[in-house]
Design a protein around this ligand. Sequence first.
Ligand code: SAM
Length: 225
Amino acid sequence: MRPFDAEHAAKYDQTFAKLAPWAESLRLAAHCALAELPSEAHLLCVGAGTGAELAFFAEHFPGWRFTALDPSGAMLERCRVRMDEGGFVERCTYHEGYLDDLTTTETFDGATSLLVSQFVVDRTRRVDFFRQIRNRVRPGAPLVTADLCLGRAQGGRALVPLWQQAWRYAGIPEERVRALETGALDEMLSIVTSEAYASLLTEAGWQEPVQVFQAVMMHGWATTA
Ligand SMILES: C[S@@+](CC[C@H](N)C(=O)[O-])C[C@H]1O[C@@H](n2cnc3c(N)ncnc32)[C@H](O)[C@@H]1O
């Protein structure tokens, strides 16, 4: 199984089902950060995955339209099914690919990137990832972004054992839980301190971000273009 391939996509929601209260709380924080967007806003959802945040926003903001972007066709297909089942079929456009190859010239009113940039491991490319989102939105537009971050205490490693417990609670295999501390996930996952994360955003041209959510290592941030 490779990250976000068909097998992973089929299991994705179920794998993290026991951590759903945190994901729901993150979406609630995102809701608060985006609530002042116009009633007919167009939101760019980068790394839409299986569509959890899209369906949530579609339900709460009935005038919004969405562009859902994800390089994984298998994840995006699940997103499409979820949106169709929610009755939101008319309001979403799908892009299977990256920001580089998003052809629309539309300027978005806001953007989200929930648990996505951590998979862009190279720092320069990660700054560019956020810069590309910045270039797609109107001046002053909000971005809500979330990723796993290290804590501030004990050289930043204090939260790792707690996150390992969260993964055990969720039923993630022990080999993968241990990989968090051995660095075995470093090739596919970049986890930086909160300060380093804020720098990624400001280097990419975003205003100084405000931390709006934390559940152990899952940190949520709001900023504006
Ligand atoms: C952990 S999932 C999160 C999905 C969803 N945002 C959520 O919170 O449930 C990460 C998603 O980001 C996508 N992804 C990975 N690298 C990406 C990139 N460079 N640009 C856009 N999406 C990416 C993956 O295919 C996957 O669907």
